[in-house]
Design a protein around this ligand. Sequence first.
Ligand SMILES: Cc1cc2nc3c(=O)[nH]c(=O)nc-3n(C[C@H](O)[C@H](O)[C@H](O)COP(=O)(O)O)c2cc1C
Length: 225
Amino acid sequence: MSTLPDPSDGLNRDEIRAMRRSYGEVGLAEADLASDPISQFQRWLLEAAQNPVIVEANAMVLSTVDETGPQSRTVLLKDVGSDGFSFFTNYGSQKARAIAFNPRVGLLFPWYAMERQVIVRGSALKVSTEESRQYFATRPWGSQIGAWASSQSDELESREHLQARYDEFTQKFPEGSVVPMPPHWGGYVVTPQAVEFWQGRYSRLHDRLLFTATASGWSLTRLHP
Ligand SMILES: Cc1cc2nc3c(=O)[nH]c(=O)nc-3n(C[C@H](O)[C@H](O)[C@H](O)COP(=O)(O)O)c2cc1C
């Protein structure tokens, strides 16, 4: 049986509607941009990483689409370069199933404290096993064991069951031993087709600069806010 929550328990509609900030005077001009979106992204990622107010500057919201519709979740960016944006996950997970259904994905970096967001549209492809292995080897031992223990996105009967699986793999691969990469684990690289840089401005006159991939390189357009 479900009961509706008591509205006095949380914020009411007027309180939610009153939640807003006015954004700054610092803009984003075409002349300030790098000539390609990866270099521009690197600049902004560095600034976000150096900003003490931003937690997990490399966290990005990955959106996928499958036969039931869209779904979003956070993953951590682990590399960025001319190939695109990389992250690591479980190849049996819901997101992996969605990518197999439709490799076109969205990435969103929500750097609200800097009045910035970056939105990427692109295609996801598995990285090589070797590249995944190299990164897996650098992960903390507990995370390596966790990758073995978790059948990510599958129904889990209880927390105890997960703990038992974790304990089982800690015996198989004791701390200090080399933990092999599970066969169900690895990375994806998202090759960007479009990258938008959004900078909040006064009176909602935000700057939106969009790089789009063309046969001859990147084209740049400015969008209405
Ligand atoms: C800050 C943060 C970082 C995360 N990083 C990752 C990651 O790098 N890889 C990953 O598989 N899941 C990561 N997760 C968990 C995912 O958001 C998600 O719960 C999980 O991948 C299962 O998603 P799926 O069922 O849609 O496949 C992270 C969650 C948060 C909040």
